[in-house]
Ligand binder design. Structure first.
Ligand code: NDP
Length: 444
């Protein structure tokens, strides 16, 4: 049996009931097979893969808090510190009812390669809670965040582990957690990223994941001899990543015609009016269907099926496994030529295989959405220097990082004879750097 198959079986046997983690490991191992086969003896001796798939540490804790009715609520809290070979653990915190150890391990594992691809010195981690901020008062969110940080602060630090936001964790939640960290430790340090601009945050961090996605998309399309000008685009989700992907792709001349949330999708053939979406989502914390009530010519459809709308480019920016085989086949039949993942693992394995076999240009999340964590690392740099860069300076660095990721991913794929397979390219380029660091640091 090949080394990669052996390790995959070991992961399934030793991590029962963790399908998302198995899925992420399988995708990475399958695309690394050529590299691993070429170095099998050496990697086996050093147990490189056994070490890579095992998190360095998982912290799991209780988060008790009091709701507005005076009742005590209890949630689960986690931090997965996956791999620190190339820098302090870095990765978001997700607050969503679906959060469990499997999802955080899949996200933490992916984060290792993504962070490596950015070229910045950051290791891989992820954390969060099954707490649902939706429908909670500000006071309840604060009570939860303070309790969460009361436990988490023991395990993080500016040179140790630097969490950021993710689904359900935006500026408000980062603020409450940062305040509690400072109160408990007495330290005003860059322990979290995604902070507000008046207290250590970086300009462009809010926009970074969505902008970065479009910068790499632009590289892909340009390399294929085309441009974004006049293209019809679908962006799924209507959260942080989706909103700023829409903003940048529209600036570059494309027209976004559909977005969604977990209730359903809107279709606006005239082009999405982003100021309306921002008002609904960022100001009122409302539902996407309100868009159709406010904008003439727009419609709302309940449930899934956004992929039925014809488009040239599809940017999934909501959540894992949102795009399945049927969805991808429909997109392809309607002429979609490019898919770039703003979310983490939004495309199922079967759908990804179909995409790669049918010549659709495809950039996986670990490369395409790396602009978020890269700009978080730029926020860490500014915090360490006690300086703030201008928006232009951060945006220029972000743009440069995304171009560099595209170059690394495409050249790694070509080096192993898989030209245009950016899934393989991203995994190989991310892996090579981490493995070199692990080997240099010995058995730790
Ligand atoms: P947000 O919480 O801001 O937004 C998530 C959006 O996706 C919401 O509109 C949400 O709708 C929608 N959504 C969630 N589940 C579903 C579903 N099953 N079907 C349809 N829509 C759904 O999160 P982010 O924008 O920050 O994150 C989105 C993705 O991008 C995640 O995979 C995240 O891990 C990834 N990512 C985020 C980064 C960042 O910097 N924020 C960095 C890199 C990756 P609803 O409100 O109804 O739940």
């Amino acid at each position: 049996m090949s080394y990669t198959s052996e390790i995959y079986e070991r992961v399934v046997a030793q991590n029962p009931g963790e399908p998302e983690f198995h899925q992420a490991v399988k995708e990475v191992l399958d695309s690394l097979k050529v590299v691993i086969d070429a170095n099998e003896e050496e990697y086996r001796k050093d147990s490189i893969l056994e070490r890579l798939v095992e998190p360095e540490r998982i912290i799991s804790f209780k988060v008790p808090w009091v709701d507005d009715q005076g009742k005590v609520q209890v949630n689960k809290g986690y931090r997965v510190q996956f791999n620190s070979a190339i820098g302090p653990y870095k990765g978001g915190l997700r607050f969503h009812p679906s959060v469990n150890q499997s999802i955080l391990k899949f996200l933490g594992f992916e984060q290792i390669f993504k962070n490596s691809l950015t070229g910045l010195p950051i290791g891989g981690g992820k954390g969060g809670s099954n707490f649902d901020p939706k429908g909670k008062s500000d006071r309840e969110v604060m009570a939860f965040c303070q309790s969460f940080m009361t436990e988490l602060h023991k395990y993080i630090g500016a040179d140790e582990d630097v969490p950021a936001g993710d689904i359900g964790v935006g500026g408000r939640e980062i603020g409450y957690m940062y305040g509690q960290y400072k109160r408990l430790t007495g330290l005003y340090e860059g322990v979290l990223t995604g902070k507000g601009l008046t207290w250590g945050g970086s300009l462009v961090r809010t926009q970074a994941t969505g902008y970065g996605l479009v910068y790499i998309l632009n590289e892909m399309v340009t390399a294929a001899g085309d441009s974004l000008e006049g293209k019809t685009v679908i962006v799924t989700g209507s959260g942080n990543v989706a909103i700023y992907a829409v903003e940048k792709v529209t600036q570059l001349g494309a027209k976004v015609v559909a977005m969604c949330d977990s209730n359903g999708y809107i279709h606006d053939p005239n082009g999405i009016k982003l100021d309306v979406v921002k008002d609904i989502k960022e100001v009122r914390r409302g539902r996407i269907k309100e868009y159709a009530d406010e904008v003439e010519g727009a419609t709302f459809t309940e449930g899934k099926g956004i992929w039925n709308i014809p488009c040239d480019i599809y940017l999934p920016c909501a959540t894992q496994n949102e795009l399945d085989l049927d969805g991808v086949k429909t997109l392809a039949a309607n002429g979609c030529k490019v898919i770039a993942e703003g979310a983490n693992m939004p495309t199922t394995r079967e759908a990804t295989d179909y995409i790669l076999e049918n010549g659709i240009l495809f950039m996986p999340g670990k490369a395409a959405n790396a602009g978020g964590v890269a700009t978080s690392a730029l926020e860490m740099t500014q915090n360490s220097m006690r300086l703030s860069w201008s928006a232009e300076e951060v945006d220029e660095k972000l743009h440069g990082i995304m171009k560099d990721i595209y170059a690394k991913v495409s050249s790694a794929a070509a080096r192993y004879g898989m030209e245009g397979n950016f899934v393989a390219g991203a995994n190989i380029a991310g892996f090579e750097k981490v493995v070199a660091a692990m080997k240099a640091q010995g058995v730790v």
